[in-house]
Ligand binder design. Structure first.
Ligand SMILES: Cc1cc2nc3c(=O)[nH]c(=O)nc-3n(C[C@H](O)[C@H](O)[C@H](O)COP(=O)(O)O)c2cc1C
Length: 302
């Protein structure tokens, strides 16, 4: 028997595995494959106040060892999430993290205010989306704007506040410290890396927006490095992600300092990926004589 539960600074998770926002909708689409109550948490697709249409197609491209997306945070808005998704998640017995988006500082605050009477266990504040012109990654690239948005969200909720960081910065540790000092309970990283792909014959970009976010196994070494750096820079826990597809990938993130992990792009090629990762962590621990998964956190030897 392996003790699998972890605690993300106030968010109790029955195991360390959640989904990466935007790769699992709000769980209902995966209900034929995954019993969401078996996950540490479900993290919903980014939600804004009134809904966004997203970017024009094509907005997905496959690249070696990963994918590019430029969805642009398409979503039907917070009222739809409250009416159709959150009650379902609650009925399934899921632990729910809502990923919050905004075009302005005020919109993040408004979305959280709108959710305070809903069955939500934690918020993940996405200040790292590379696919929108206003808000998103722009807010996650300077310490001053990170502090402003995190303080605004902190003021309106006592629920655990996870701040999701972009890897598209020079020094992720200074952004991590800014989020911590403004009141974040935990950090999640990484969001996608800005990239692009070109079709040589047509001389055209594969994405209509030209650039998009790279995810999948290709980004794992970058994500591991950033989780490891941030784990040494802050004292709040980290939700690690970027290319996780199996139990050993997840264990590597925990050794680098992550308390919990999220499975993203892997869900598209293997809809059972989340449950495979939970079982993979458990069997790794059994094989290695680890009785409590928390022993793995920050256990890197170097
Ligand atoms: C299609 C797609 C949509 C995404 N949408 C969101 C989103 O709405 N909010 C967010 O914070 N991150 C979003 N992400 C980023 C992922 O949550 C995750 O941080 C990133 O993909 C790295 O993990 P992975 O390599 O396991 O996919 C999205 C990623 C993909 C591929």
């Amino acid at each position: 028997m392996v003790e699998m539960s972890v605690n993300l600074n106030g968010l109790a998770m029955k195991n360390p595995v959640t989904v990466a926002s935007g790769t699992f909708a709000a769980g209902q689409e995966y209900a034929d494959f995954v019993d969401v109550a078996k996950l540490g948490a479900v993290t919903t697709k980014g939600v804004s106040l009134n809904g966004w249409e997203g970017n024009a197609a094509p907005r997905i491209a496959e690249v070696p060892s990963g994918m590019l997306n430029s969805i642009g945070l398409q979503n039907p808005g917070v009222d739809h999430l409250k009416a159709h998704e959150l009650p379902w998640l609650q009925g399934q017995g899921a632990t729910t993290i809502v990923n919050v988006s905004g075009h302005s500082f005020q919109e993040y605050v408004d979305v959280i205010n709108a959710l305070e009477d809903a069955p939500v266990d934690a918020y993940e504040v996405n200040i790292s989306c590379p696919n929108v012109d206003e808000g998103g990654m722009n807010m996650g690239c300077s310490c001053a704007s990170v502090e402003q948005v995190v303080r605004g969200c902190r003021d309106v909720t006592k629920r655990p506040l996870i701040v999701k960081l972009t890897p598209n910065v020079t020094d992720i540790t200074e952004i991590a410290r800014a989020a911590e000092s403004a009141g974040a309970d935990a950090l999640s990283l990484i969001n996608t890396l800005l990239g692009m792909a070109i079709d040589a014959k047509s001389r055209r970009p594969l994405l209509s927006r030209v650039v998009g976010g790279l995810s999948g196994p290709a980004v794992k070494p970058v994500a591991l490095r950033m989780v490891w750096q941030c784990a040494q820079a802050v004292s709040i826990p980290i939700l690690g992600m970027g290319g996780i597809a199996c139990g050993e990938d997840a264990v590597e993130f925990m050794l680098a300092g992550a308390t919990a992990v999220a499975v993203g792009t892997a869900n598209f090629s293997n809809p059972f990926a989340t449950l495979d990762v939970v079982e993979g962590i458990r069997s790794f621990c059994e094989a290695e004589g680890v009785s409590d998964v928390n022993e793995l956190i920050g256990g890197l030897l170097c």
